[in-house]
Design a protein around this ligand. Structure first.
Ligand code: SF4
Ligand code: SF4
Ligand code: SF4
Length: 401
């Protein structure tokens, strides 16, 4: 069988354990295990359960028998996968990795490849469709207070037909996602304005949207986006580890419908978030000056931002030019310095907002600025493109040499 770019299939594992434990037939876990077993990669990066089902832990696995630990669903995994690879796995410089990634992880990894911080040839991106992720602690609170369920009983949650549905062994409870989000619950704010739900910038994209008929709930929709992805899928099928059937027209339409609906909602959210400012930096800082006045310069946003990529950060320089005595610069300068280094590449991943102890909407600020950069330069971060980064390409090129 010869798999090609743009092919679309329904796939499920031929390995019973994985099929049972994995979501929607366990295709992702099976592909990962195969790649490791055959020595095509040295490790796989997936998500394992930590303390409980709301605690997703990014994990490097090098033993094929342990890949099954990543099967199944962790409820609120808002993980910083690109940072995990660039910072803790040396940007895949010394090992080949298969990575299960959300669209924003894939976008950020693509930006880091351009910046020379992650080695493209050593990565296989196994993309997972994503309608949004929810922060763990507020979600546990919401399940208790609004759904009146014990968070430990939750098997699955899903956004379907405008509702956030939470499933336990007793059945399903659903509330309007729009109303929940108006009250500050539900998906992270950055997810609500996310412009990539199916990761066509990965090598393969997998997810349950568009699986219809007798395979609904039992198989994963797989789409191929690169020659690397086609080769991987071909090999797993030839090894008889995955069963596939071509996706049907009704399923493709359904998947497109879900994707387009979510993208339209994101556009509405962006229009709300960007309202009241031209997007010019002075204007944005003026709009958010009250919020920024709460900044305690803890460096949390810089630490979390996967695209703040310098090994030696000038914000820590002891030089006398503008940080006398090594003091941290005043809030606007701290943020403006960071901006010059990452705003052209910002992928709206939300990691900066998640860590901010002062609850400053940092990701919204940079998304607003990035939107202006997109309009001005036509550069869309995170896509497979050789386009130059508007501000930092000279730095990126120097690092690639
Ligand atoms: S930013 Fe987009 S891709 Fe990332 S978790 Fe949110 S919805 Fe998913
Ligand atoms: S994480 Fe928040 S408080 Fe800390 S430096 Fe960034 S904006 Fe300031
Ligand atoms: S500035 Fe925030 S949203 Fe943008 S890439 Fe960095 S962490 Fe992600």
């Amino acid at each position: 069988m010869s798999i090609k770019i743009n092919d679309k299939y329904y796939a499920y594992s031929a390995i019973d354990d994985i099929k049972r434990k994995g979501e929607y037939g366990g295709a992702v876990t099976t592909i990962m295990k195969y790649l490791l077993e055959e020595g095509i990669v040295d490790g796989v990066v997936g998500v394992c359960q930590g303390y409980d089902i709301y605690d997703g832990v990014p994990t490097l696995i090098t033993d094929p028998d342990e890949v099954i630990k990543t099967a199944g669903s962790i409820h609120c995994a808002t993980l910083n996968i690109a940072k995990f690879i660039s910072k803790y796995l040396d940007g895949a410089r010394y090992m080949k990795l298969a990575v299960a990634c959300k669209p924003c992880d894939a976008m950020t990894l693509r930006e880091l490849m351009k910046k020379g911080n992650v080695i493209e040839d050593n990565l296989i991106l196994i993309g997972i469709n994503c309608g949004g992720t929810m922060p763990p602690v507020p979600t546990i609170r919401m399940i208790k207070d609004v759904y009146e369920l014990d968070p430990a009983d939750v098997i699955r949650e899903e956004i379907s037909k405008g509702k956030l549905i939470v499933e336990t062994s007793e059945g399903e409870v659903g509330y309007s996602i729009e109303n929940l989000e108006k009250q500050g619950m539900g998906r992270r704010e950055n997810c609500q304005r996310c412009n990539l739900k199916i990761p066509f910038n990965a090598d393969l994209a997998l997810g349950n949207w568009g699986v219809v008929g007798e395979l609904e709930g039992k198989a994963t929709f797989v789409e191929v986006f690169s020659d690397k992805g086609a080769e991987v899928l071909n090999k797993v099928i030839e090894a008889n580890l995955i069963k596939i059937t071509p996706s049907d027209e009704e399923g493709i339409k359904k998947r497109d419908f879900i994707n387009n609906f979510m993208l339209k909602e994101s556009l509405n959210k962006k229009q709300t978030d960007y309202a009241g400012t031209t997007g010019d930096i002075i204007d944005v800082f003026y709009k958010y000056s009250d919020e920024f006045s709460r900044c305690m310069k803890c460096y949390g946003c810089r630490e979390a931002c996967p695209l703040c990529f310098c090994k030696d950060c000038c914000l820590e320089a002891e030089g006398p030019e503008w940080v006398p005595g090594g003091r941290t610069p005043a809030a606007p300068f701290f943020h403006l310095t960071r901006m010059v280094h990452m705003a052209d590449a910002c992928t709206n991943c939300g990691q900066c907002s998640e860590v901010c102890p002062s609850e400053i909407p940092v990701a919204k600020v940079w998304s607003t600025v990035n939107n202006k950069i997109r309009e001005t330069y036509g550069y869309i971060p995170g896509m497979i493109s050789e386009d130059s980064l508007p501000f930092t390409d000279h730095v990126s090129k120097a690092k690639r040499l």
